[in-house]
Design a protein around this ligand. Structure first.
Ligand code: MN
Length: 332
């Protein structure tokens, strides 16, 4: 289906909403938060009652985003009778991180499931969880698709909306430097800047965003880098003992900090997480399709940037760090 047709269908469905819940993935990034905040802003203008759900609280550095006060991390919000749910930047419903909605969203009345709209650019998204979807893996960011939908339907992009969408495209393209930074991303950033986007907030966020403890952690992780001469995979690991405050936040974005390595085909960062799982993040500027590897491990993402979470432990080998998965005991 042509993308402009998807834009019109999704926008019509949003326009019919009386109560709209916008949902993005857990461990949110600029794209998840920016595109979700943009939908909330539009709802406010239309007089549609709206909230947003993100399982993890918005990091303080994103506090500049308009509408951030309308985000909640309380799953009870799903029970508040939404006729429309817009799922943003989620390849599948598991990415939301709340098991209660992994199979779908609660009905408004006894026989009235909400209309589910997906807006996403993950190549692993088959759109099956949505009634209406705008999915384009060629798009730099979900924010680019939200902007496309607004433009197609004549929505005026003011400076607040532009700030949200700039945070999205800047986040997913590492400020227009990574392989997702296609021509349309540059064009979009330029348009948003001329609409008055607050670029100091939206871009400053990605350059001056590490505390001293976080920099120390990055240093330790970089010192552990190992490169496999056969595959060109450079890998490293972060352990719980590296996170003195016990949170996962210090290691956020580490894979992008290492992504500048010019002598590695693929970067892999493994992290022991506070909940006992191990997560992995891949980046590449080469031809490798990291999404398919991540998908085999139950994750997903893009060809050049993807991730997964498994139960297991991190193991050091001669040429790299790997994860040894724990096999669940069989039921008898
Ligand atoms: Mn994204």
């Amino acid at each position: 289906m042509e993308i402009s047709h998807c834009y019109r269908r999704a926008f019509r469905a949003m326009g019919r909403a009386k109560r709209l819940l916008a949902v993005c993935h857990r461990r949110p990034d600029g794209d998840a938060l920016g595109s979700t905040a943009a939908v909330l802003l539009w709802c406010r203008r239309q007089g549609i009652a709206a909230k947003a759900f993100c399982l993890d609280p918005i990091p303080p550095s994103f506090g500049f985003l308009p509408e951030s006060e309308r985000f909640t991390s309380d799953p009870a919000v799903f029970g508040e009778g939404w006729d429309t749910v817009v799922v943003l930047d989620c390849g599948d419903l598991q990415r939301i991180g709340h098991p209660g909605v992994a199979g779908g969203f609660p009905s408004v009345g006894p026989h009235q499931p909400p209309t589910v709209i997906a807006v996403d650019h993950h190549c692993t998204n088959d759109g099956r969880y949505a009634d209406v979807s705008v999915i384009d893996p060629q798009a730099s960011s979900t924010a680019e698709l939200v902007l496309g939908m607004f433009r197609e339907n004549g929505v005026t992009v003011d400076c607040d909306l532009a700030t949200c969408l700039l945070a999205g495209v800047a986040g997913d393209t590492d400020m227009l430097t990574n392989p997702a930074a296609c021509r349309s991303a540059f064009r979009m950033a330029s348009e948003l800047l001329s609409e008055g986007a607050d670029w100091r907030s939206a871009i400053g966020l990605f350059v001056r965003n590490r505390s001293i403890p976080s920099l120390r952690l990055v240093g330790r992780a970089m010192a552990r880098l190992k490169v496999d001469p056969q595959t060109g995979v450079a890998s490293t690991a972060v352990f719980r003992s590296d996170c003195p405050d016990g949170s996962d936040f210090l290691a956020d974005g580490l894979v992008d900090a290492i992504g500048g390595a010019m002598d590695a085909e693929v970067i892999l960062v493994l992290k022991e997480r506070a909940d006992g799982t191990v997560s992995g993040s891949f980046r590449t500027v080469g031809e490798a399709d990291t999404a398919s590897v991540a998908q085999r491990l139950g994750g997903g993402g893009h060809r050049k940037a993807s991730g997964f979470t498994v139960t297991g432990r991190i193991v050091e080998r001669e040429h790299g760090w790997t994860v040894e998965r724990e096999v669940a005991p069989q039921d008898h």
